[in-house]
Design a protein around this ligand. Structure first.
Ligand SMILES: [Mg+2]
Length: 365
């Protein structure tokens, strides 16, 4: 199931609730919409304190001030929100009955929005976007929460200036854009984001007391290209991977990945490494400081990279190994960026396989 967390904001009476209602109306049977606001908990607390409160500026200021104190006390509003999102995403009826879940979170304060976005990106696999519903010429209530709603760089701003039908059209367009932002990128690790082959070859060279050139590696089977024992190749690969902490990121790789992540692209690393190297691999990837998912496809048994691409609906793959790119091209609908290396020169570029140099950011912009 794909999930989207939409942090929605706008001053009082801008049309936020109407927008969510219209959004829900355009959803299909296998899509579900949830809505949450931490202010509801504050309202509940206020009802304990004030009998029949009147919804005026004074009342709104009371809500805003209490929320502010709650944040200062223990970041309660954020934690309550995460608890809610987690509850929805783990609910059995949601997971089994729906393809997509849209969770709208109402939040007024830019500082709180920042916290929500970074934590949602870190804690959940959901696409997280911010949305401002803007209605000009309405009176803005005089409290800290309402006054500052525009002080945030929202992913989407919708001007609520027309009829209900106009707003409904905005909801349709917003939904399309949300889906588009859910593009997944599959990225191979070794010799796509970090360099391993030169270290492997130099280790093998030391073992045989010889100097091997990378250009002798015309295919991914190093042992065949160097006419050496397969077991020596395997041992050298394992030694280099075990030492992942000391592997250098390829020029531009980190910038490219951070740029993709900043656009809301989901990053799924797909590696041919053996799963027993999970700890060192995660330690390496965690240095990027982004949310990612990871699959191991060591080729001997279990899933191929093409299987993972189909399972996660991945749209693009960055890979250096020719045979994998050819398999993905034949068996999936993903487009491949083939990293230009001596060992993949036999692969022909075509409409689904684009040969790229380093850094690949140039090709993506
Ligand atoms: Mg590779």
């Amino acid at each position: 199931m794909k999930s989207y967390v939409i942090i929605i904001n706008g001053s009082a009476n801008a049309g936020k609730d109407t927008f969510v209602e219209l959004f829900e109306n355009i959803c299909s049977n296998n899509e579900v919409v949830y809505e949450f606001s931490t202010i509801n908990k504050v309202k509940k607390a206020v009802r304990e304190l004030v009998h029949n409160p009147i919804k005026n500026d004074k009342y709104r200021k009371l809500l805003s001030d209490i929320k502010k104190l709650w944040v200062e006390y223990n970041e309660g509003p954020c934690w309550a929100t995460f608890e809610y999102i987690e509850h929805v995403l783990q609910a059995e009826n949601v997971v089994t009955n729906y393809n997509s879940a849209f969770i709208f979170i109402h939040c007024r304060e830019p500082e709180e929005i920042k916290k929500l976005v970074s934590h949602v990106n870190y804690r959940f696999e959901s696409v997280c976007k911010t949305l401002l519903i803007h209605k000009p010429n309405i009176a803005i209530p005089n409290n800290d929460s309402d006054k500052n709603v525009e002080d945030y760089n929202y992913d989407f701003i919708i001007d609520n200036i027309g009829t209900i039908e106009d707003l409904k059209e905005c909801a349709v367009e917003f939904k399309t854009k949300l889906h588009q932002s859910n593009i997944s990128f599959g990225i191979d690790i070794d010799d796509c984001i970090v360099t391993t082959i030169p270290s492997i070859i130099s280790l093998i060279g030391r073992f045989y007391n010889e100097v091997f050139s990378v250009h002798r590696i015309k295919r991914y089977d190093i042992y065949k290209c160097l006419h050496i024992d397969k077991e020596v190749e395997r041992a050298a690969i394992e030694l280099v991977i075990e030492d992942s902490d000391n592997l250098k990121f390829i020029d531009g790789a980190v910038e490219t990945i951070l740029w993709l992540a900043s656009k809301g692209t989901r990053i799924h690393f797909i590696t041919g490494r053996d799963e027993r190297f999970k700890n060192v691999t995660c330690k390496l990837l965690n240095k990027l400081g982004i949310f990612y998912s990871l699959s191991f496809c060591n080729g001997e048994e279990g899933k191929t990279k093409a299987d993972v691409i189909n399972e996660y609906d991945i749209k693009f793959l960055v890979e250096d190994r020719g045979s994998i790119v050819e398999d993905v091209y034949r068996n999936t609908r993903a487009s491949c960026f083939l990293f230009d290396k001596p060992w993949n020169q036999h692969v022909r570029a075509n409409s689904g396989i684009l040969r790229v140099g380093e850094p690949i950011l140039v090709f993506l912009e």
